[in-house]
Design a protein around this ligand. Structure first.
Ligand code: CMP
Length: 138
């Protein structure tokens, strides 16, 4: 079924000038852009977004990284969007990511892995609503 996922092109992707190349790969892979903006997460935003990781040793580092510059936030639509987008981005650690995936091509490390993709339909809806009002979705 056609459904939606949520992505962020993380600060390292913006810093390195990789937004265009990554968006090209996303649209060429059949995803339709439903909503998109450049936005800068506050510390509070990043802490809330990654709440599920707050007991993990890398939580502080993750919040620092995600707030050090702007990100591109977007909602994407496609048949089987959540699973297909996770396939397109590749494993969390770029060292383990398959050839041709976004993380293999553009991520530097596990900590700075270029792109976010929702891990379930429920989280896609929650994450999308965190960033966009209904009138910003097309
Ligand atoms: P993502 O899976 O999009 O969301 C959680 C993020 O935490 C993950 O990407 C990484 O950026 C980061 N992360 C996960 N595991 C580690 C780790 N072991 N060390 C540092 N960062 C991590």
């Amino acid at each position: 079924a056609t459904n939606r996922t949520f992505t962020m092109l993380k600060p390292d992707s913006v810093e390195k000038g990789n937004i265009g190349a990554i968006l090209e790969k996303i649209t060429a892979s059949g995803f339709r852009i439903v909503a998109m903006k450049l936005t800068h997460l506050t510390t509070q935003d990043a802490q809330a977004f990654y709440e599920v990781h707050n007991e993990r040793p890398f939580y502080g580092e993750l919040v620092e990284y995600m707030t050090r510059g702007p990100v591109v936030a977007a909602i994407l639509e496609k048949d089987n969007a959540v699973e297909d987008f996770r396939t397109l981005i590749g494993a969390t650690n770029p060292a383990d990511a398959a050839e041709g995936t976004i993380r293999k091509l553009y991520a530097a490390s596990m900590g700075e892995n270029a792109v976010h993709g929702s891990d379930s339909d429920d989280n896609a809806a929650i994450e999308g609503a965190f960033h966009f009002a209904g009138r910003e979705m097309f």
